[in-house]
Write a protein that binds this ligand. Structure first.
Ligand code: PGA
Ligand code: ZN
Length: 434
């Protein structure tokens, strides 16, 4: 082979802002042929204890201690000299170098934010050098499955104060014929919800992911509000639009190992939580529940999966943290049947793709996901499409950092034409396991 034009010759990082106004890491990578890749790292609020480390400066004189200049310096001073000269097409090699330089399981030395920025910017640079979209660079196929969105309409928990205990109430356009039609339905319902809230003199302010965050009398009232809005918008609950939940139960799990529903003054055991989800499942068209139980409450997870796991997608977010070791444990214990995929929970693209592969090989559904602190970066869209995950979770159909993802899918759907497939509710089905 002759001289590789896709050799890395420049690596640069800087501190930019995320959607909460907190600093985060942006990385740029330049190649010898003049191509260029860029990625910005997102940031969570209800982060799992087992996630890779997001390195913050802890210097209270800047950004309340949240600066990321150390991570930026790690990219420029430690990572850049180690990867310059390598071929950006060799993603696994670059990611191996990153892991070796860091040397820890949880990326505590250099920071998962430093590693992920470099890893994703490398992939973008290589795709740009090949002059193809990232999804095609990662997986060249004649047709692609676009992700069905789980859209956040109501925000609570750690993403909005004085709202529901549960973090996310989402809608899924399962009956739409195309992604475009699906997102249109959701955006129309979003406006209907705003109208209903105004009529009831409830706040129309929004939470971190763009969903409305009213103070309701109970958690269940959020479900009734969603159903009312679906019907008022002229759509059929279940057939057209299903409900998905992310209660983010780790956030309400007490040191006494009880679930505290403070908005209802209730304290539940693990098995009572399982009963609650089974009851809700029988009353509402809920097709997916993420983190219905806490991140280390494995036995309750197994119980829930036995109870409703044949008919309901049960997604591990804080439970699995995109980590193959935790996923293996879940597969062994029958805990959950789907995994949320957040690249910054693990720190490199290679590990992200490996987690997706392991899940898919074991009959687990995979859902690409944003974080509550986001940016205009839309890499997760390309990962969802490249891996045929068929599902994405990326917030309300509003706010620039959320619509950046939806708009990228609309663009790809338009460009691919009939080679783009939208499967509605099909990707949520549970593979039968004996
Ligand atoms: P986070 O929330 O980004 O704040 O962790 C998203 C989620 O829990 O899915
Ligand atoms: Zn979650």
């Amino acid at each position: 082979m002759g001289a590789k034009k896709s050799r890395i010759d420049r690596v640069w990082a800087r501190e930019v802002l995320d959607s909460r106004g907190n600093p985060t890491v942006e990385v740029e990578i330049g190649l010898e042929d003049g191509s260029h890749g860029r990625a910005i790292v997102p940031s969570g609020a209800s982060t799992g204890a087992h996630e890779a480390v997001e390195l913050r400066d802890e210097d209270s004189s800047r950004y309340g201690g949240k600066g990321v200049l150390k991570a930026v310096a790690n990219v420029q001073n430690i990572i850049a000299p180690a990867i310059i000269g390598y071929d950006a097409e060799n993603q696994t090699k670059i990611d191996r170098i990153l892991l070796d330089l860091d040397g820890t399981n949880n990326k505590a030395t250099l920071g998962a934010n430093a590693l992920l920025g470099v890893s994703l910017a490398t992939a973008w640079a290589a795709a740009n050098s090949a002059r193809i979209p990232l999804y095609r660079y990662l997986n060249d196929q004649p047709t692609y499955v676009l992700p069905t969105p789980m859209c956040n309409l109501l925000n609570g928990g750690a993403h909005a104060t004085n709202s529901t205990d549960f973090q996310e109430f989402m809608l899924v356009p399962v009956g739409a014929n195309s992604f475009q039609q699906g997102i249109q339905w959701i955006a129309e319902i979003y406006q209907v919800i705003k109208q209903i809230l105004s009529e009831q003199n409830l706040a129309t302010t929004v939470g971190d992911e763009g969903g409305f965050a009213p103070t309701l009398e109970s958690n269940q009232a959020a479900l009734d509000l969603l159903i009312e809005a679906i019907v008022r918008a002229g759509k059929k609950p279940e057939k057209d639009i299903a409900i998905a939940l992310d209660p983010a139960a780790t956030e309400i799990f007490s040191p006494e190992e009880m679930y505290e529903l403070s908005c209802e003054n209730k304290i539940l055991t693990g098995s009572e939580m399982v009963n609650l989800w089974a009851e809700w499942r029988s009353l509402y068209p809920i097709i997916s529940i993420e983190d219905g139980l806490a991140e280390d409450d494995w036995s309750s997870w197994t119980l829930l999966t036995e109870r409703i796991g044949l008919t309901t997608q049960l997604v591990g977010d804080d439970l699995f943290v995109t980590n193959q070791e935790r996923l293996k444990r879940g597969i062994r214990l029958g805990a959950g049947n789907a995994i949320l995929i957040k690249p910054n929970q693990i720190g490199t693209l290679t590990e992200t793709l490996e987690a997706i592969k392991m899940a898919q090989q074991n009959g687990f559904n995979t859902v690409l996901s944003h974080r509550s602190g986001e940016t205009e970066d839309h890499t997760i869209v390309h990962l969802a499409i490249a891996t045929s995950s068929g599902q994405i979770k990326t917030g309300a159909p509003a706010r620039g950092e959320r619509t950046a993802k939806y708009n990228e899918i609309l663009r790809i759907e338009d460009i691919l034409g009939k080679n783009a497939l939208y499967l509605g509710g099909e990707p949520f089905q549970i593979e039968k396991r004996n």
